[in-house]
Write a protein that binds this ligand. Structure first.
Ligand code: PLP
Length: 458
């Protein structure tokens, strides 16, 4: 077929915003292992989960057979404020690389929170409101999730309490202020305000905190206050379900022009954007209808998929959340302070972990200076200042495009550009000043994380 001229940006119409989310688990023969109750080590019951999470979100979390969930009209209305998001052909990046590959990116940074996290934040806030709750608690690392949730809570008039990893709280004071503009209260974690926070501070005085430890604090706060529940911005399968909007829109846009991707790439922290982006394509692959290569890209300093173990582990440092079977570095693993921004989580979505384990997906770890090099090239060619997290995907897309240059193959590469990097200028500054270093945890450091894995027959 003669190639049509592909516009720089492929937009969908408003009425082409998907009306349902897609639940990838429905098409998996090997389902992800059930969440376990940390007290009994038995599969977590809906009743127990309801004490921590919102009612309807619990149902979504546990449902691994229903392929599609209707997106409520109230959520679709909110989506219209910033969706559909553009799918852009990276003509200028391709030209700079001199590659025959065709590169597309799905940009999720076109809202004030600056990332894809708003897609799930608005869904979670909606279900909390529908249940008649007063508010929600959560943790935030780099700050994007906290910002997204603050926006969503403001829209539905819910109280929002955010535990922010202390290093980020100190490095990104303006992130905190954005959350406060939207009415959230923000506490640096670990804090003295929870029992688990006090315990962690006693054990690790002066620690800059971690996501796992902020999660423990947020869960404790939610379960000790009337009318509150805890919400989470990644890792859980309900989050991936909401993020499937990214992949569904991407697929609709590509289908408009009859484009079939060969390689789909996403950065992987807890796995929600990657899982959402690849979901409908992976569904086709699982059903034997099409074939694609999927690449998860993670930081070499926090390499859960490429160097972690596929076992049951705690989702948080305080061991109050359910256990999940996933690729993990151990919930005690605290990434090096020199690591920039997000993607610091010790574990990975149980769905993606299972798919990776079964060979449906590839993973690679990249070092941060090479990530920022790719980020700079992208900013200079495509214009958008990418988030460091997203730049992991850019790195892999550039590397794949350079391989095509060697072999002369005209592959079509799609990657997720999850957000913008305006709040990451401290990291960019270190890169610009030549002060950024690469940090690879050695086996000894990793084994310290593995030593903290729960021991039981699973
Ligand atoms: C949170 C975040 C990520 C990583 O989270 P996932 O759950 O792995 O998607 C990636 N990019 C940006 C911009 C983020 O804010």
């Amino acid at each position: 077929m003669k190639e049509q001229t592909i516009p720089y940006k492929i937009y969908l119409d408003e009425d082409e915003i998907p009306k349902q989310w897609y639940n990838l688990r429905a098409d998996m023969k090997n389902k992800p292992a059930p969440l376990l109750d940390p007290e009994t080590m038995q599969p977590m019951t809906a009743d127990k989960l309801r004490t921590v999470f919102c009612e309807e979100l619990v149902q979504q979390e546990l449902d691994d057979t229903t392929p599609y969930f209707d997106i409520p009209a109230e959520i679709r209305d909110f989506y219209k404020m910033y969706r559909p998001s553009p799918l852009t052909r990276a003509y200028y990046l391709e030209k700079a690389l001199g590659t025959p590959a065709k590169i597309y990116y799905k940009f999720e940074g076109g809202n004030t929170s600056g990332s894809h996290k708003l897609n799930s934040a608005i869904a979670q806030a909606y279900y909390a409101k529908k249940q008649g709750l007063r508010g929600v608690t959560t943790e935030t690392g780099a700050g994007q999730w906290g910002t997204a949730l603050s926006m969503a809570c403001a829209y539905f008039d819910l109280d929002c309490r955010v535990y922010m990893v202390k290093v980020s709280y100190e490095q990104k004071p303006f992130r905190r202020e954005v959350m406060r503009v939207y009415g959230a209260s923000v506490t640096p974690s670990p804090s003295e305000s929870t029992a688990v926070g006090r315990k962690i501070l006693e054990k690790h005085p002066g620690t800059g905190g971690s996501l796992g430890c902020a999660i423990s604090e947020a869960v404790e706060a939610a379960t000790s206050m009337e009318g509150y529940r805890y919400v989470l911005g990644s890792v859980l399968t309900q989050v991936m379900l909401h993020q499937s909007i990214i992949g569904l829109e991407t697929k609709a846009a590509l289908d408009k022009y009859g484009i079939k991707p060969d390689i789909i790439i996403g950065c992987a922290g807890g796995g929600s954007n990657l899982g959402g982006l690849i979901a409908p394509f992976m569904g086709e692959k699982l059903r034997g209808e099409a074939d694609y290569r999927f690449i998860a890209v993670e930081p070499a300093s926090c390499p859960s998929l490429t160097r972690g173990r596929f076992v049951y582990d705690y989702c948080d440092t305080g061991m109050v959340c359910p256990l999940a079977k996933m690729y993990t570095l151990g919930s005690n693993f605290i990434p090096a302070g020199s690591h920039a921004g997000g993607l610091r989580y010790h574990g990975m979505s149980p769905v993606l972990s299972q798919l990776y384990h079964d060979g449906w997906m590839e993973a690679r770890a990249v070092e941060q200076t090479s990530v920022f090099e790719a980020a700079q090239l992208f900013a200079r060619t495509e214009g958008t200042l990418p988030a460091p997290e997203s730049s992991h995907a850019i790195r892999a897309a550039v590397d794949e495009a350079l391989k095509c240059k060697e072999t002369g193959e005209e592959k079509t590469i799609v990657f997720g550009l999850t957000g913008t990097g305006y709040f990451d200028m401290y990291a960019y500054q270190r890169y610009n000043d030549g002060e950024m270093t690469d940090y690879l945890p050695n086996d000894e450091e990793l084994s310290r994380g593995f030593d903290g894995l729960p021991i039981f027959d699973s």
